[in-house]
Design a protein around this ligand. Structure first.
Ligand SMILES: N[C@@H](CCC(=O)N[C@@H](CS)C(=O)NCC(=O)O)C(=O)O
Length: 214
């Protein structure tokens, strides 16, 4: 049985992707709370000893350090035989949506929400620009999950786990009430929340929270 240690901070949707995946796979992990708010991931020491990319999350698997959620999700899916693509076509589709999520959905929503909720006096011109990009990504996702239960079709895969990462936090942090504005995304999130082993972000990732502003 693999031993997992997850370096995270509670507000991190990227960390939630891995915490949720481990939980859905019936795996436990040692939580390693990281002082992101104090800038620890920007220090030369953390970068040389934990993650050269200066990013959270980091997953240790039997003492081996892994970073970047997309390949880690695929690895966990293969190892635990859950939420993995089966056919070549499915594999292509999962990769396509993982890349889209990293570039368009999670990155923009993470930046928008972080600045809105956890930054003192964010520049509203910048917020408005990023919000436009979040709106675009949400419109694409709304369309995709309108006619199919999960992102690539009938089966839930790691593409869903990646994309839901930042959309699973309380609406007052992002300022997006998806139940009111994006009914298909809301219904899709409820299907994910019904999976055995699902737990909400702040249950899976305990510890001291960032200062809340917005
Ligand atoms: N593509 C990366 C994104 C990780 C990421 O951006 N993490 C955020 C925290 S949730 C971070 O560490 N940001 C620091 C920075 O961008 O300087 C992944 O999937 O692991």
């Amino acid at each position: 049985m693999a031993q997992y240690r997850l370096h995270y901070f509670p507000e991190s949707g990227n960390s939630y992707k891995l915490a949720l995946m481990l939980s859905l796979c019936g795996q436990t992990f040692e939580p390693v709370w990281t002082d992101f708010g104090a800038g620890i991931t920007r220090t030369a020491e953390w970068r040389s000893s934990v993650n050269q990319m200066g990013e959270i999350p980091v997953l240790e698997e039997n003492g081996v350090t892994l970073t970047q959620t997309a390949p880690i999700l695929l690895r966990l899916a293969d190892i635990h035989g859950r939420l993995h693509p089966i056919t070549e076509t499915e594999r292509f589709e999962v990769l396509r949506w993982l890349f889209w999520d990293n570039h368009k959905m999670s990155s923009n929503m993470a930046t928008y929400r972080f600045r809105r909720a956890f930054t003192e006096a964010p520049d509203q011109h910048i917020q408005s620009y990023i919000r436009g990009r979040v709106d675009d990504a949400l419109a694409i996702l709304e369309q995709q999950v309108k006619d199919r239960p999960f992102v690539i079709g009938d089966r839930v895969t790691v593409a869903d786990i990646s994309i839901c990462g930042y959309l699973s936090f309380p609406p007052d942090e992002s300022g997006y009430d998806l139940a009111a504005t994006h009914p298909a995304i809301h219904a899709w999130l409820q299907r994910i929340a019904a999976l055995p082993g699902w737990r909400p972000p702040y249950d899976l990732m305990p510890g001291k929270r960032l200062t809340r502003y917005g």
